[in-house]
Design a protein around this ligand. Structure first.
Ligand SMILES: [Zn+2]
Length: 191
């Protein structure tokens, strides 16, 4: 099994200079997050996802959960991002770490070659909080298991390219996750 724990570490390739350095918090700093696609692309993608999901929202409960679970900018992800931003770290959001792969990570420290994922408990089948809907059970199982397989494959793909992958569950304390990442980034920079 590739991922022994939720934290998957590839080889250290960081050169320790000028990379993902914290900067002084500036006015309006919250708006500084780099977006990796244009608004129109984003809207198109969200609409496609929404319509694809609606097809399978077969009960009001499932529909509510699906509507309440966007795949990016989730509350958990936002909290980790805000905490990192407040600590002075800058990163790309929902970005492709590898040019030749379509896989995206929730938070990308490109120069440090670190990809962070905040996995939703439902969509990624959290062992503590994952639920398996009974309606359309086969479809949901395929979907969630498929997500888990893709996660492992993404981890492997990134590790092969010298990236370090960190995964946190959405139920984890966002401050703990952010501090963990801050410690890793600071250690890589050597101070
Ligand atoms: Zn969970």
């Amino acid at each position: 099994m590739f991922a022994v724990s939720r934290e998957v570490s590839g080889p250290l390739t960081f050169d320790g200079k000028h990379q993902d350095r914290p900067v002084k918090r500036a006015k309006g700093a919250r708006n500084c997050e780099r977006r990796s696609w244009s608004l129109s692309l984003l809207v198109g993608r969200m609409q496609r996802k929404r319509s694809a999901r609606k097809q399978f929202a077969s009960s009001p409960a499932v529909r509510r959960r699906m509507q309440a679970t966007p795949r990016r900018d989730t509350p958990a992800e936002m909290r980790v991002r805000r905490a990192l931003h407040a600590m002075g770290f800058r990163y790309s959001v929902d970005a492709k770490p590898l040019a030749h792969s379509r896989r995206r990570a929730d938070i990308v420290f490109r120069r440090a070659r670190i990809a962070v994922f905040i996995d939703g408990c439902f969509w990624h089948g959290c062992p503590q909080h994952g639920t398996w809907p009974r309606t359309n059970a086969d479809w949901w199982r395929d979907k969630i298991v498929g997500n888990q397989k893709r996660d492992l494959d993404t981890d492997r793909e990134l590790a092969e390219e010298g990236w370090r992958v960190f995964r946190f569950w959405e139920h984890q304390d966002p401050l703990v996750a952010a501090r963990r990442m801050a410690a890793v980034l600071r250690r890589l920079r050597g101070y």
